[in-house]
Design a protein around this ligand. Structure first.
Ligand code: CU
Length: 115
């Protein structure tokens, strides 16, 4: 009896998770964002994945109260390590451009997909 109840509860939990993940049709890319404005937060980029057209300029803006962070692309270039201000990069070729903050490692990372 107890085992049957547990089985029902776990299948309900799975159904709930599936529902929470569904229904997002906001756009291309895994993050669904097409924003060219990215906030550098404390140990995160928001959005951390964005899809932009070829030729787009993406701007990273350090948030208020920011610790030292940088935007470093796996194949270069990189921003300065800073606590405020902005960094921009214009993308002239289609592809996927992963980046991260070298202060905080891959736990603070993001990707720009250029179409
Ligand atoms: Cu960082």
């Amino acid at each position: 009896m107890r085992r049957a109840l547990r089985s029902i509860i776990s299948s309900l939990a799975v159904a709930g998770l599936a529902a929470a993940c569904g229904g997002d049709s906001s756009g291309p890319g895994s993050g669904g964002s097409t924003s060219t404005a990215i906030t550098v937060g404390n140990n995160f980029f928001n959005p951390n994945a964005t899809t932009v057209p070829n030729g787009a300029t993406v701007t990273w803006t350090w948030g208020a109260g920011s610790a030292s962070h940088n935007v470093t692309f796996d194949g270069g270039p990189a921003s300065a390590t800073q606590t405020s201000g902005t960094y921009t990069r214009t993308f002239m070729a289609a592809g996927s451009y992963p980046y991260h903050c070298t202060v905080h490692g891959t736990s603070m990372s993001g990707t720009v997909v250029v179409q």
